[in-house]
Design a protein around this ligand. Structure first.
Ligand SMILES: C[S@@+](CC[C@H](N)C(=O)[O-])C[C@H]1O[C@@H](n2cnc3c(N)ncnc32)[C@H](O)[C@@H]1O
Length: 210
């Protein structure tokens, strides 16, 4: 484990924390995608934590959703597993390789929340470049990037979320939504893949947490 992710999750206990405010935005983005869905939705969430950004939204949605949440920490994964609705599998596994979830793709909705602030710029680039292979045509990615991350691994000068947005644009994605909250220290993006449905690579290494 790269840091104490249990301690990190405790920031959610304060409803006024930046993380709690980010959670509202992420849930809203996911809710919007599910509301707009006219067919069953295939969902994948990498580095899913205890699943609080997905599970309550799935519980309150009328959409039919199946898919996989991937979380390395066994205790957090178990918390998510015990709360997950039918159709959602929680895997205690390394989300840095597509081997952990390629069989659940191509996805209609893919969450990468709390990932890009913990990996190198090269790994962000590798992950974003791999996403078209992991998505259906029209599939959407909800991602986050902190702009005030302690020991931020980026070499990018300026707002690191701009690097992420640029990488999505370079990979051919369309930006659907972007929220930047400077006071709370987060950015949330939603990007849509307009190309053909991908063929998921069975075992590609995309990132390692630093
Ligand atoms: C910043 S938290 C984000 C959790 C959740 N997505 C959220 O936003 O509430 C990062 C999570 O990634 C998990 N993690 C770290 N390395 C991982 C890996 N290689 N594969 C899967 N999960 C990992 C941590 O245990 C932690 O729960």
């Amino acid at each position: 484990m790269t840091r104490d992710w249990h301690e990190w999750h405790r920031h959610y206990d304060d409803p006024e924390s930046g993380l709690s405010r980010r959670l509202v935005v992420v849930r809203g983005a996911l809710q919007g995608l599910l509301d707009a869905a006219s067919a069953p939705v295939r969902l994948v969430s990498i580095c899913a934590g205890d699943g609080r950004d997905t599970i309550p939204v799935l519980d309150s949605s009328d959409a039919t959703v199946s898919g996989v949440l991937v979380e390395l920490d066994p205790e957090l994964a178990e918390r998510a597993r015990s709360a997950a609705p039918a159709g959602i599998e929680v895997r205690t596994a390394d989300a840095g390789t597509t081997a952990s979830y390629a069989d659940a793709c191509p996805a209609d909705v893919f969450l990468a929340c709390g990932v890009f602030g913990n990996v190198t710029d090269a790994d962000i680039a590798r992950t974003v470049a791999t996403l078209p292979l992991l998505l259906t045509s029209g599939g959407q990615v909800v991602w986050t990037r902190g702009n005030n991350v302690p020991l931020d691994p980026t070499s990018h000068q300026g707002d690191p979320a701009e690097l992420v947005r640029g990488l999505f644009a370079d990979a051919g994605f369309e930006e659907v939504a972007y929220v930047a909250d400077d006071a709370a220290g987060f950015r949330v993006g939603v990007h849509r893949w307009p190309g053909p449905t991908g063929t998921p690579p069975p075992d590609v290494q995309t990132f390692d947490f630093v």
